[in-house]
Design a binder for this molecule. Structure first.
Ligand code: PMP
Length: 412
């Protein structure tokens, strides 16, 4: 006789924390015939496989016993050196200011554990990266969204919300934001930095996409603004520029907070995988990763162009879309009272998937939004995926008796 599963008394902390809808959608659409615009999944054909094979082989051949042993929580010196050199292109940094993490997702979790008490407020962009909200909520935080325009958070709103809530920190993704793909221009970065300095507010700056630029001039992180580095935690990752299966990222910080973050990391996983760290360090030291990123960005640019050019023809007239200069995502607002969570099943039936926008809002979601990733598929497949999405939108509009009048789309 089989017994009922045990009812474990689950921690209250986890009660309000939902599974990531992106991960849930990814498991639904593992069906081979679905064209996925859902996850920010890099094209595996573009991974620098031979260089990475060589890096792992080198590490196991020449540093094998060290690579297989326990090691320090802060990270391997070679990797901290490579990381510090990359960060120092914008913010003067030493290897001691680098805490290695297992992807920047762990960095977000550690920052939450190191800084947050139950009931603390964290200010985030509206909308924002949902797994950051997950990590901060797990640490007991109350998450409040800052209104944004096409240049990122609105400075007056940021200042008002800081005054009202005295947040523990502000979490921003200023470059090629997830989910909108938008980038905060330099003047707005200065305004934001001045407000954070004037109010003595900590910045958690998440920058996994910054180097994946297709068009426009590179911008320094807000952390690079004079006076900001001491009150910022800057997170980077190799996931988007090398490969996400190598779980390597880092937090750049100054002063005693580094020790607190390291203690939090000891409790989470003692250390990151030494094999991954040493192979990543060897790859960064011996290969031209910037040239590799330029090649990848050139391919992604064609895909962004295909999606950006195709979307206005298939979306309802009142829809707006963003115009990303890099990164992986494009954000659409359909309007017409459409709920994209209701559209998704029709889309999957047609053989295409996206992520409905609502979960990216900490509160008061705009249900007519959706996130589309353009990096995984070729332009031809993107065109086919958009045709499928068009059919799904048409049947959704008919089902809900929403009329569709042909006018031009407002692109932003
Ligand atoms: N931050 C942002 C904004 C992201 O989009 C992601 C990945 N989707 C992460 C952090 C985490 O990435 P990883 O842990 O692979 O570095």
């Amino acid at each position: 006789m089989t017994q009922e599963p045990w009812t474990f008394p689950v921690a209250q902390r986890l009660e309000g924390v939902h599974s990531s809808p992106v991960r849930d959608i990814l498991s639904i659409i593992s069906r081979g015939d679905v064209i996925s615009f859902a996850g920010g999944i890099p094209d595996a054909d573009l991974f620098a496989l031979e260089d990475l094979q060589a890096a792992f082989a080198h590490v196991l051949a020449h540093q094998g016993r060290r690579a297989l042993q326990y090691a320090s929580t802060e990270g391997e010196p070679e990797l901290r050196e490579q990381a510090a050199a990359r960060v120092a292109r914008n913010v003067p940094s030493t290897p001691e200011q680098i805490q290695v993490t297992s992807g920047s997702q762990e960095g977000l979790y550690l920052v939450g554990q190191a800084l947050l008490d139950a009931g603390d407020v964290v200010l985030v962009e509206r909308p924002t990266y949902l797994a950051a909200v997950q990590a901060f909520t797990l640490a007991g935080a109350r998450i409040i969204g800052i209104p944004t325009d096409e240049h990122g958070v609105v400075p007056q709103e940021l200042e008002r919300l800081i005054g009202e809530h005295r947040p523990k920190f502000v979490y921003l993704i200023p470059t090629f934001q997830n989910p909108t793909g938008t980038t905060m221009p330099a003047p707005r970065r200065h305004q934001v930095a001045e407000i954070l300095i004037r109010t003595g507010t900590v910045l958690v700056e998440d920058d996994p996409y910054g180097q994946l630029r297709f068009t426009g001039e590179p911008l320094a992180p807000i952390t690079a603004h004079p006076g900001m580095a001491r009150q910022s935690l800057l997170l980077n990752s190799l996931s988007k520029i090398v490969a996400p299966g190598i779980r390597v990222g880092w937090v750049r910080a100054e002063g005693p907070i580094l020790r607190t973050i390291a203690i939090a990391k000891q409790a989470v996983g003692l250390q990151s995988a030494v094999v991954d760290q040493l192979a990543a360090a060897h790859y960064l030291a011996t290969c031209d990763v910037d040239a590799h990123v330029r090649q990848v960005a050139a391919v992604y640019k064609e895909r962004r162009d295909a999606m950006h050019a195709g979307l206005p023809h298939i979306l309802p007239p009142a829809a707006t879309i963003t115009s990303p200069d890099g990164g992986m995502f494009l954000w659409a607002r359909l309007g017409h009272g459409i709920d994209t969570a209701g559209l998704l099943p029709l889309a999957v039936e047609e053989g295409v998937a996206f992520v409905p926008g609502a979960p990216f809002y900490a509160h008061d979601p705009d249900h007519s939004t959706l996130r589309l990733s353009y990096v995984t598929n070729t332009p031809e497949v993107i065109t086919e995926g958009l045709a499928r999405l068009h059919r799904a939108i048409r049947s959704h509009l008919q089902e809900h008796r929403i009329s569709e009048e042909p006018t031009s789309n407002n692109i932003r």
